[in-house]
Design a protein around this ligand. Sequence first.
Ligand SMILES: Nc1ncnc2c1ncn2[C@@H]1O[C@H](COP(=O)(O)OP(=O)(O)OP(=O)(O)O)[C@@H](O)[C@H]1O
Ligand SMILES: [Mg+2]
Length: 509
Amino acid sequence: MDYVIEMLDIRKEFPGIVANNNINLQVKKGEIHALLGENGAGKSTLMNVLFGIYQPERGQIRVQGQDVNITSPNIANDLGIGMVHQHFMLVDTFTVTENIVLGSEPKKGLKVDIAEAEKEVQRISDQYGLKVDPKALVRDISVGMQQRVEILKMLYRKADILILDEPTAVLTPQEIDELISIMKSLVEEGKSIILITHKLNEIMAVADRCTVIRRGEGIGTVNVNETSTNELASMMVGREVSFKTEKQPAAPKDVVLDIKNLVAKDNRDVDMVRGLDLQVKQGEIVGIAGVDGNGQSELVEAITGLRPSEDGEILLNNQSITNMKPRKIYEHGVAHIPQDRHKYGLVLDYSIGENMVLQTYYQPPFTTYGRLNFNEIYNYAERIIEEYDVRTPNSLTMARSLSGGNQQKAIIGREVDRSPDLLIAAQPTRGLDVGAIEFIHKKLIEERDKGRAVLLVSFELDEVMNLSDRIAVIYEGKIVANVEPDETDDQELGLLMAGSQRQKVGEPQ
Ligand SMILES: Nc1ncnc2c1ncn2[C@@H]1O[C@H](COP(=O)(O)OP(=O)(O)OP(=O)(O)O)[C@@H](O)[C@H]1O
Ligand SMILES: [Mg+2]
């Protein structure tokens, strides 16, 4: 059998943890090979070994049948291996083209030939149908386009073996569909793809085979057309997983969050929230459904004080928190699971313990007699780690070295644990494995049942439908409909999200 990649008996340790214990992965030419496993199972580590970022303690790697020693990403590039990392690695202040050619720039004399580079970028972008604006600054483009930039970077370097580490975690449903067809056309061109994803239906839709790992151990490789999502889920977590969240009907009480006529702008000074009204009561989960870019991020940032409100009012328990500083808003009882865990959720070079008290470190018991009490801080962090199943050697570990999903679980633990009056959960289960999603959904419902108000923002309609007691549809910066999850379906929601009015849905023209 012709394998383009063979990883045999790979072992990789970190202090206090065996991330990969004798794992095997064999990828055939022209296939899409999924790599599945719980948060912290060792997927990114295995791919970082293949890409030359980490050196394994043991094991053998073969590329196109040849034994190789991949001691750096440059060597991986030379062997035709490219990788899009779980958290993108683009330079924000560079243009799309500058990012793509970085390190392999076309030269004219001693200077970079940027015109030539732009032409080449345009050419590959046309060839593969990966639409980008070669001259745009990376910080101004959508996440979906940033990802296309990462993919173009690999193609520019002529990679044949493409590693995509959770490419769909940050994408909207529309962008996921696009990426799926891009992946299909790439394998038609003869490329091979290793795809990491927690979304089992994506594996069923695109992958040929799937290798499962659990807690650093290889569990096996299956043909996708001979398996099911249920089998994949239980191979991965070692037990049955329930995909439907059980909950009692909500018993909403007083209004906690009351937003009146809110207006907020985006970074380019364009009105994104345009006179929005919204209420969330004690004991209910309100889910915001909407197509990305209809004001949901600006709404969350305005409530949490990360972005100014231009007009209107935000009341929390009948008190205005409009344009207060984030710390004050937090002290008033708002907690926030942010959409971008690296930008707003964690300080990556602090320990996980320090990260657990980012908003509370100056209060007792974490500060006593004017000094930080590290005993208290670390004890508190250990409790969150335990309760939320954050897989880390201990609370002194740097946040950076946790797996993506475990970083997410730590943030959720920190925010939920305070039992705030209002919990804002933006894409809370982004990057979590199916078992962890089940757990987090239960936690959010428990919070609701304790009388908290929960505002959920998610691009995953399933999640919105499953968790919400009421769905508020956002369109062009306004809430255009409030619907009950059991009185609607995906199709109606889709129409509402596209701007149709409810009474017109389904009526003859
Ligand atoms: N640089 C590092 N230093 C120390 N420990 C690390 C480092 N990178 C990863 N680990 C640990 O190795 C284990 C595997 O992590 P890895 O990132 O490979 O998981 P993963 O399967 O990609 O999970 P996720 O789905 O959450 O992204 C985790 O316990 C993690 O904390
Ligand atoms: Mg990972």
